[in-house]
Structure formats: C-alpha cells, structure tokens
Design a protein around this ligand. Structure first.
Ligand SMILES: C[S@@+](CC[C@H](N)C(=O)[O-])C[C@H]1O[C@@H](n2cnc3c(N)ncnc32)[C@H](O)[C@@H]1O
Length: 265
C-alpha cells in the first residue's frame, strides 16, 4: 500500500504544522506526495495514521522529513552564478582585499553545491574568506559536510577550477567527485531555520538566500529578508534566486540594475 486516506482536517493540520515550523506553504497539489510520504514513514515507524500524525506534532525532526519531501533540495554547482560572480568581482576590487577576510552566509544551502561554488571562486582568486552555510534539513547538511557529489552536478564548473579544487573518485566512487580539504576547511555547515531562529549576531559581506523564498508567502518572505538585513554589513550584498523577487515586500535593500536577483544594503 503506497497511499492512505487523509481527511481534509488532517491535511489542514499537517499544512499548519509545516507552515509554523518552516514557513512553507503547502498547497493541495502536494496532497498525493504527502500521502505517499506519510505511508512510507508509517511503515518505517510502525505507527497507525492517527499515532503517526500525533507523533509528528511532538517531533520537529520528523516534520522536517516532510519539508524535505515538499520542497526540493535541488541544487547544483555554479547555479545562477551571475550574482555570485558579481559579488566576487566586487570583493576582488576591494581596496583592502589582501588584509580582509570576506564573510559569507549561504542561508538555505541545501546539499552544499552553492557554498562550495562560492568558495572555489574566492579561493581561485586567492581571497581570504569564511562561509557559514545553513539549512533547516539535517539530511542535506550531512551530504554537504561529506562533500561528495555525482559528477553530473558539476557540469557547469569551469575546467581549471574543477581540476584544481575537486578530486575524481575511483573504484566504488567512479562517477563521483570530492571537494578538496583546502576548500571544505573554509565552510562551517550548521542547522538554521530561517523562520524560527533569531538572526545571528554576525556581520556578513554577503548573504545568499536563493531558491527557498519561492516556498514562502509574502508575509514570511518579508520577515526573513528583514531578519537577514540585520546581519549584512553596510554596502554588503544580498542575493536571491532568479525566480524570486522582493517586489511588493517592504525592505531597505537597494537593487543592482545589472543583476535583478542581487541587492545591496
Ligand atoms: C531548492 S534548495 C536551494 C539551494 C540553493 N540555495 C540553490 O539555490 O541552489 C531550498 C532549500 O531551502 C531549505 N529550507 C526550506 N525551508 C527552510 C527554512 N525555514 N529555513 C532554512 N532552510 C529552509 C530546504 O531544506 C532546501 O534545502
């Protein structure tokens, strides 16, 4: 049995739980996906539907399992790289670049493709930097910390960078690539919930929050972007995804005409 019967009330309760935990707005179109996920988790936890739904309400980790199902963790190396390229160029032109350590926060980093993409480009220019990379999901963070990827995820990485910062797998790792230690040591992966966790008391030169706000409603997005604003240095950068927009949200970011997904504080 791969599906279950979920009443309207049960679906609405689940929807409210996911919303209050993660800010993600579930629509009816996700019902079938949710039902098969519930069936799978019921089998694994050996619980009835009623017991499982009750258990969900007491275990945030289990709710995040759902979030993994209804959002996509899809990411790849050098995705939407224009805004990253722009930020890095600006860093490279910084008058104090030789003395400065650039601080970056990838605030919904998924499996790590994004922070590693930023890191290899900074390293390639010899800039000094540290990256905090966060996500709500421990599953993706585990993958990120391992730093091992299917080769196809790196199709967009320029060859000189690929050869310099990645190691080709052999034997059982044929078809995989590993990020070299020289890169991983600059990145700290940790759990951070954009909705529930308070803004860290840190000053970042750039914050990336890309391809996660597509799951949020306007009210939630507005709260998130203003929370992140507090963590950015004056004239620091804020990047969102190409499919996202800050239009109709109240905020103090200034847009950068050449790159619609990039803002400055
Ligand atoms: C599509 S991925 C984006 C990855 C990367 N930023 C990119 O653009 O390729 C969206 C990520 O947002 C994470 N996410 C969803 N809700 C979140 C929340 N409330 N706080 C932090 N991360 C969240 C998901 O776990 C997922 O890994």
């Amino acid at each position: 049995m791969d599906s279950i019967v979920l009443s309207k009330k049960e679906f609405n309760d689940l929807r409210n739980l996911v919303y209050s935990t993660s800010g993600i707005n579930l629509h009816e179109g996700k019902l079938e996906l949710l039902k098969s996920k519930i069936a799978k988790r019921m089998r694994l936890t050996k619980k009835s539907l009623k017991d499982y739904l009750r258990y969900l309400n007491t275990d945030e980790k289990e709710v995040i399992e759902f979030i993994d199902t209804v959002t996509t963790n899809h990411s790849f190396f050098f995705r939407e790289n224009k805004s990253i390229e722009y930020i890095i160029n600006q860093f490279n032109n910084h008058p104090q670049k030789d003395k400065k350590e650039f601080k970056i926060w990838c605030a919904a980093c998924s499996t790590g493709d994004e922070p590693y993409s930023v890191a290899v480009q900074l390293k390639n220019l010899g800039l000094s930097f540290s990256i905090m990379a966060t996500d709500i999901s421990h599953t993706v963070l585990d993958t990120a910390a391992r730093g091992i990827y299917k080769t196809e995820k790196l199709k967009k990485v320029p060859l000189p960078i690929l050869h310099r910062f990645f190691q080709k797998g052999t034997g059982k790792y044929t078809g995989y690539i590993k990020v070299k230690k020289d890169i991983t040591r600059h990145i700290m992966f940790k759990k951070f919930n954009l909705i529930k966790d308070p803004a860290p008391q840190m000053n970042f030169d750039a914050v990336l929050c890309r391809n996660v706000m597509i799951y949020f409603d306007a009210q939630t997005s507005e709260k998130v972007i203003n929370k992140l604003y507090q963590t950015i240095v004056p004239k620091g950068f804020f990047a969102i995804g190409n499919a996202e927009s800050l239009m109709n949200l109240t905020h103090n970011y200034k847009s950068i005409k050449k790159i619609p997904s990039l803002y400055i504080k």
